[in-house]
Structure formats: C-alpha cells, structure tokens
Design a protein around this ligand. Sequence first.
Ligand code: GLA
Length: 375
Amino acid sequence: MKILRKIALFASVPMFLLSCSNGNQSVNLLRDVYADYFSVGAALNPQNRNSTLLKHFSSLTCENAMKWSSVHPADNTYTFEEADEYIKIAKANNIKVRGHALVWHEAIPETVFKEGGEYLTKDEILTKESEHIEEVMKHFGDDVYCWDVLNEVIDDNQSELAEDLSNVYRKSDWYETCGEDFIFNAFETAARVRDELGLKVKLYYNDYSNDTPAKLPKTLAMLKRIKEKNIPIDGIGMQSHYHLGSFDIDQLEKAIKAYAELGLDIQITEFDVNIYDETLPESSNAAYYYYDYASVPENSLRAQTTIYNRAFELFRKYKDNISNVTFWGVSDANTYMNSDKKHVGRTNYPYIFDVFDEPKESFYAITEFDKGGAQ
Ligand code: GLA
C-alpha cells in the first residue's frame, strides 16, 4: 500500500516537490506542500535534533531547551548553550524557531517563589519575572520569530466559567502569589523589551485543550482582560494534544473562529495524536498496552489517520488565521509520551513518521489532499 502510494505520487506531482527521499523512495516535503498555507514545525530534543527528517520542517520548537529551568536554572545564572545549538541547527537548515516558553508553572526553580522555605513578596516575584523575560528575549533577539510568553495559566477543571471570573486561572505558585498581575506583567514586559530592542518577535499565549467547552470560555475571558488593558498580544497557541477519543472537529472549529474574532493569529503549537483512546479503561491497563509498533492494531492507526486528515483539512480552511502548525516531535522513534509516568512501559506512536522514520498513512493523508487525500 505504502509503496503503491509512493509510485502514484512520483508519477503525478511536479518535480520541485520531489526533493526528499525516505529509504529509496521520494516523497513530498511537508514544508513545500504547505508553503502557501502555514509554516510546519516540529519539537526537537537531544534524541531527534539531528534527524534526517528535519528537511520536512520550516519551523522548530525546542521541546525543553528554552524553558526557564534550562536557560535560567538558578538566580543570576543563565545557561543558553543547549538552546544556542538548536538555533545553529535551525539556521543551517533554513528553519525558523518558535520560542517556548518564557513563563510556565513547570520547569521552573522553586527559588523563583521562595527563599528559606518562605514565599517572597508579590513585588519580588514580579521583578524576577520581568528580569527573566528581559534576559531571555535579549539573548535570542530575532533568532526566534515568536514567544510563548505564557504557557498553561488557565484552570483545567471541567467547571463552567464563573460570572465573577473566580475560576479562570490555574492555582499555580504564580497565581497564588501575584494574582492576575503575573499575566499582565509578562505580556507588558515582553512588549516593552520588543519595542526597546526593535525586535519583530510576536507574542503568544499557549495552552492545551483550549478548544474544549471547559477551557475555551475561560481562555476567552482572560484574553479579553488582556485586551481591555491594551496590553499587546499577537496570538494564541493551541497545543492540540489529542488521543483517539478526544478529537472533536466542531469544537476545534468553534475555537479557531472565536480566537480569530478577537483578532489573534493562531498557531497549532504541539499537535500529536496519542494512539490510545484514553477514555477507555484498557488504555490504562498494562495487560492491553502496546510494547512495540507491530502490535498497534490497524484500526487504531486508521483512526489516527482520520484525525490527522480532518484536522489538517480544517487548518487549511483557516489558513488566513493560522500561521503555523507544529508537531510535538518528529517521528515515532522518539516521543515524550513514552516517559508518561501514569503508564509506565507503554509505548506510543503519535506522529506522521513511524519508528523507522518512514511516512505513515497519516503523512500521505495530509500531503495528498489536492488529490482527495486518505480518509
Ligand atoms: C506541555 C508543554 C510542553 C511539553 C508538554 C509535555 O504541553 O507546553 O513544553 O512539556 O507539556 O507533555
């Protein structure tokens, strides 16, 4: 099936698209196929950063190397070496870089909030936040084209939005010590640094499940608060981590429209499709785990392909509102999902390239759309 597809493809597409070979076969490059739609990205880490598949991408995100604890592991200590390596890789491959992420409640040293076991004051913490943002933005300048200024600050309980907005935010150390002000301060600081340095970098708010009925209204409420205060924000990052039981195309479209109506650019920042249906009890039962690629049922791979196909169809429809789609990895040979502490030993296959770095059906589904694509 795969080989037939590749032969058919070879016979029917223009020569300029035939510039990458996987094994002995040539396939379209994602970045060429999507050149008139949006940039296509991948998250890189030490295991996949030199993958031959990099030629498919026009954008990259550091999976961890730009997070607070990677670049700023202790007060007054900045370590940019690893992230700088990724910038070099990007430049050598003509790839642009998304900055991820300036402020998050994870991957951050406790000393940002506490000294000797005691919480610092709000002013002290906000000062540290501003200093961090300023140093990191200065270091990378326009080597990154955008920043996730804030990551995951919205409450993810299934509750409806409270009228007094009391349940909008995650009760993180940031929120408990600074209230909403750490949000405003982050975007204000990032915008000030951009102006002072004359940078072009765009500023995003990034989160997961922000297309769901629980999180969309809360996210819109926060975005409106930022806009009411005339604080600059350019876009929204929709992480878009799906599993076989979580994809709802209507919700996704509704969210894209709602964010676009606020005048925000949209980036799909961490797209992947977990090969399990996490709503089913067997997905958490070790007796039913897949321990290798060969044991993944055909119908699960088919369901995954359908999600990829439908999602990318929608992304193409909204190409005027969506400027980037990034996968949270490169190929099934390496995924953060295999370190999932809730499912020890379980292996996952969430991407469009398989464990041998070969294109999966999902790859063909999202690159052959002009000829009808796979269903
Ligand atoms: C969130 C973060 C990413 C990454 C994933 C892993 O989505 O934004 O940087 O850590 O979690 O689950």
